[in-house]
Design a protein around this ligand. Structure first.
Ligand SMILES: [Zn+2]
Length: 224
C-alpha cells in the first residue's frame, strides 16, 4: 500500500480507525479463519476484531488438521468451542451439537468465525472437515449489515465478520457493551471510507432505498 497508509492497520490514512480502537475484555476466545484471498485491506472487519479483543486470534490459510492445529496449541478441547454459522432459515440464537443436542452456550471456551464472502467461507468449510464436528452457533441477523451498499453481497443474511463475532459473543453471555463497541468501531470505519470516497467503484451498487424483500433470490443473483 502507499506511503499514506497507516502502519498499524495498513488502511489508507483517511480510513484508519486505530484512534478509536479500545481493548474489550472477554471471557471467551475468538478464532477467525481467513481465506488467503479474503484480505480486504479497506473494509475487512477481521482486523478490527483482533485489534479490539485481546482474546481474539486471526489465522490465514486454507486448511488445518484440527482446531488445535489452527490455534497453534496442543491442549484444546474442541467440545468447548463452536463455529458460528449464519443461517437465516434456522432459529437464531441456538447452539447445536453435531448429534443434534443443544448445548449451554455460556459454557463455551471459544467461538470460530469464517471470515469472508460466502464462496470463500464455503471453501474453508469444505476443506476443514473438523469444522463439521464442532457445535454450531446459528445467527440470524436482525438488521442489514453495517456494510450497507458498500459491499455487493448477494445474501441478505450476510453480515461482516465483526458483526457475527459481536452477536455470537453476546449470545455466549459476554457483556452487550462488547458487541456495541465493536459495532460502533465498524460504523466509524464504514463512515470514514464513505466520507473519503474510498470504496472501489465496483462495490458501489445502484441507489435503492431498501434491499429486495423477495423470499427467492432476485434475478442476477448467483444461485447456490
Ligand atoms: Zn490504522
Amino acid at each position: 500500500m502507499s506511503d499514506d497508509a497507516c502502519t498499524t492497520c495498513r488502511r489508507p490514512l483517511p480510513a484508519c480507525v486505530c484512534d478509536r480502537v479500545e481493548a474489550l475484555s472477554t471471557t471467551r476466545r475468538v478464532l477467525i479463519l481467513q481465506h488467503p484471498q479474503e484480505q480486504d485491506a479497506l473494509l475487512g472487519s477481521a482486523q478490527l476484531v483482533v485489534a479490539s479483543l485481546p482474546r481474539a486470534q486471526l489465522v490465514i490459510g486454507l486448511s488445518w488438521k484440527n482446531l488445535a492445529h489452527a490455534l497453534g496449541e496442543e491442549s484444546v478441547d474442541p467440545r468447548r468451542w463452536a463455529v458460528v454459522f449464519p443461517d437465516r432459515e434456522a432459529e437464531a440464537g441456538t447452539v447445536t451439537t453435531r448429534a443434534g443436542a443443544t448445548l449451554d452456550v455460556t459454557k463455551l471456551d471459544g467461538l470460530i468465525v469464517l471470515d469472508g464472502t460466502w464462496s470463500k467461507a464455503k471453501t474453508l468449510w469444505w476443506r476443514n472437515a473438523w469444522l463439521n464436528k464442532l457445535s454450531r452457533i446459528t445467527l440470524a441477523p436482525k438488521e442489514p449489515s453495517i456494510y450497507g451498499r458498500l459491499r455487493a453481497e448477494p445474501k441478505r443474511a450476510y453480515v461482516s465478520t465483526l458483526e457475527s463475532v459481536g452477536a455470537a459473543l453476546t449470545l455466549a453471555g459476554e457483556p452487550p457493551e462488547v458487541e456495541a463497541s465493536l459495532r460502533r468501531l465498524f460504523r466509524t470505519l464504514v463512515q470514514r471510507v464513505r466520507d473519503a470516497k474510498l470504496a472501489p467503484e465496483a462495490l458501489r451498487l445502484p441507489k435503492r432505498t431498501r434491499p429486495p424483500r423477495s423470499p427467492r433470490p432476485a434475478s442476477g443473483e448467483p444461485a447456490t
